[in-house]
Design a protein around this ligand. Sequence first.
Ligand SMILES: NC(=O)c1ccc[n+]([C@@H]2O[C@H](COP(=O)([O-])OP(=O)(O)OC[C@H]3O[C@@H](n4cnc5c(N)ncnc54)[C@H](OP(=O)(O)O)[C@@H]3O)[C@@H](O)[C@H]2O)c1
Length: 252
Amino acid sequence: MQVGERIAVVSGASSGIGAALVRKLAGKGYTCVLLARREGLLRELSAEVGGEAEVCDVADREAVERVAAAVLERHPRIALLVNNAGIPARTTFLGDPDRIEEVLRVNYLGSVWCLRAFLPGLEAARPSDVVNVVSVAGMVAAPSGGPYAASKHAQLAFSRSVQPLLRGRGVRVHAILPGPVETEGFPQRGRLGRFLEPTIVEPEDVAERIVSMVARNRTESFIPRWYRAFGVAQALVPGLVRFGARRYRSRR
Ligand SMILES: NC(=O)c1ccc[n+]([C@@H]2O[C@H](COP(=O)([O-])OP(=O)(O)OC[C@H]3O[C@@H](n4cnc5c(N)ncnc54)[C@H](OP(=O)(O)O)[C@@H]3O)[C@@H](O)[C@H]2O)c1
């Protein structure tokens, strides 16, 4: 490790938001360690940005601990950890039980295992930052995407719970809650209807927001910003949200 080198670990770095973020962070001078399962994509991108690739299934706690130990051996100080790896559920709570478990293991527990495993490096680099890539689905639950929403509710609760726990240890925890983003795993165009279609953003927009929320030490951020209204409405007038969602679905 060179003097002054800032290390960022990004999970789910082989595509979508993670890949866009790695490019953005590399442009800001970070050395990125890329985590995901598809080795070819990881190696290609890490070569492009001068980073390092680590094949890792974040749902596998032992694999995460093994990979983190190897990374910390090379880089004892981690300035930034981004828990971004995630999968859609594409099922309801009445659907495939294996998929329900997998979504929780990747989207929620993956963030927990990565934070725990990289914490010694984050503390060594204090002040350091953790960003959890949640979703507006972390605050709003629709019947069709129930297991995904539950995994994101859990990930947001995790983020909010560790934020005060780690503040005194010099590790700042942030959560970003994107609305629809056009990516390989979550294709959005042509699926959302007239009202929501124009709100789709690009992975680069989310990457930009992550960098700015870390720089400004913002704890939570929605993108687009007005999506916060969905979360507030779900908390204050859940009946109205249910009614609106039913009406919207029936009109499409
Ligand atoms: N796109 C949206 O509309 C949207 C909205 C709100 C929040 N988000 C969140 O944004 C994050 C990134 O998603 P994306 O939209 O960029 O989708 P994406 O392009 O499909 O990226 C998902 C990334 O997660 C990785 N991944 C999946 N399972 C993994 C596992 N078990 N272990 C390690 N890595 C794993 C994938 O890589 P490998 O397949 O190579 O492992 C890929 O790099 C997710 O947490 C998602 O929930 C997305």
